[in-house]
Design a protein around this ligand. Structure first.
Ligand code: FAD
Length: 402
């Protein structure tokens, strides 16, 4: 009797980042009843991210170009010796997560999705075809329940899935990185090249662990941050970032006064979660481990996972177990091989600083190699593949000798 009183929906989504937001928009636009639970009061307001977007992102996800802060056709890779290697690729973009997540959420609402903010997901019980989700309405401190046919868990790197045995992954915590970022709101613009460039820096931290650091330009600020694998004490991380930011600002905006905002969050940079779909429940975005370990890119992967979920939940709307199984297979085919290779690559590079230099020099000298590695394309010709493998073999042989 009690269960008939529970509110119900076709698709319940946890988290309104790019994964949850895109899933909500695309499922709602097909006519599904969609409810999104988002713990923050304002979608995107607390996301810590450099918000670099790959070329064509807005077009691919039908988002307004006004989200784009800077077009960045230049990627500057800095090796552990401080040498800069410039690579050109299609115009990448930068944005902010306040704007990106906010825009996707607004379009999801326009399509008919309901987004409940201040709604903290607590628990999920699966009983055959019934999924009962528990959450807390944080402004009132009231616990609520909702029944859903399909559930999409997209709560990012802090997702607590270990309580759900079907998705537990013992390697998860070893893939977590601690990140810290400063937003530099400059009184005067930095040098013009800064606004055309995404900078990525790789070097050992004081304790020898690999630091991946960045400078991504925005309309009104420079985002300067870094990530280190594992847990790092706050003071150590702040000291590491202060040194890096100081070096970067002296190069790009010497003597310019600035207001600086500090923010930090966890990032995942390990292997994708082995199981991401079972019994009508699917896991997407960073919660599924879909982040490129070499550069921290995960927005594209998250948004794509949301799109795949919406498509399959709609196609198998009467059979949620089939939808989640098909989603897990599709996600695996689409991303796992590349993301696993990226984890192995960063591990290989991180063992010897010279390897970064060799690879980046090869990227700069052979732009087609850099482009083939950077652009995840499914329409690679055999000639592309042969070229890529030859270049990769060349790098492998040289780096083993280094
Ligand atoms: C410092 C940093 C820099 C980055 N830079 C880039 C970059 O330049 N380019 C790029 O592509 N990627 C970048 N990433 C990675 C990118 O942020 C993630 O891959 C992306 O946000 C994943 O999207 P998502 O939808 O899976 O999760 P998220 O964006 O993390 O969204 C998850 C949502 O779930 C909500 N949530 C969490 N727990 C609960 C709960 N219990 N109940 C309800 N809601 C909940 C959160 O509030 C959040 O809104 C960066 C990450 C970090 C940390």
């Amino acid at each position: 009797m009690a269960s008939t009183m529970i509110e119900s929906t076709d698709l319940l989504i946890v988290g309104c980042g790019p994964a949850g937001g895109v899933a909500a928009r695309e499922a709602a636009s097909r006519g599904m009843r969609v409810v999104v639970l988002e713990k923050d009061a304002v979608v995107g307001s607390k996301r810590v991210c450099a918000a670099g977007l790959r070329p064509g992102f807005c077009d691919e996800f039908d988002l307004p170009e006004s989200l784009i802060h800077c077009n960045t056709p230049r990627l500057a890779l800095f090796d552990p010796f401080g040498e800069e290697h410039a690579v050109r690729f299609g115009p990448g973009h930068t944005s902010t997560r306040e704007e990106l997540d906010g825009a996707i959420a607004a379009l999801a609402v326009e399509a008919g999705a309901e987004i409940r903010t201040g709604a903290l997901f607590r628990d999920l019980a699966v009983d055959g075809d019934r999924k009962i989700v528990d959450y807390v309405e944080t402004t009132l401190g009231v616990r609520r329940r909702i029944r859903a046919r399909h559930v999409f868990l997209a709560a990012g790197s802090t997702a607590k899935l270990e309580r759900l045995p079907q998705f537990a992954f013992s390697g998860w915590s070893s893939g977590l990185m601690t990140t810290l970022q400063q937003r530099w709101y400059l009184a005067r613009p930095a040098m013009p090249l800064a606004y055309e460039t995404l900078e990525l820096h790789y070097y050992p931290a004081r304790d020898g662990r690999l630091v991946v650091a960045w400078m991504f330009p925005k309309r009104d600020h420079l985002a300067i941050g870094l990530g280190i694998t594992g847990k790092v004490p706050g003071a150590e991380l702040r000291a590491e970032l202060d040194t890096f930011a100081d070096r970067t600002i002296r190069r790009l905006a010497p003597g310019v006064e600035a207001r600086v905002k500090l923010e930090g969050h966890l990032l995942y940079g390990g292997m994708p979660r082995p199981n991401v779909g079972a019994e009508g429940v699917s896991v997407g975005g960073t919660a599924a481990g879909l982040v490129d370990a070499t550069n921290g890119e995960g927005i594209y992967e998250a948004a794509t996972s949301g799109r795949m979920l919406a498509d399959l939940a709609w196609r198998y709307r009467g059979d949620a177990a089939r939808a989640s199984a098909a989603y897990a297979r599709a996600l695996h085919d689409r991303f796992y091989a590349r993301l696993a290779r990226r984890v192995k690559l960063i591990d290989f590079l991180g063992r010897r600083p010279e390897r970064f230099r060799l690879l980046f020099r090869q990227f700069a000298a052979v732009p087609r190699f850099a482009e083939l590695v950077a652009n995840e394309r499914f329409d690679r010709t055999w000639a592309d593949r042969l070229f890529l493998y030859t270049q990769a073999a060349r790098f492998g042989a040289r780096s083993l000798l280094a």
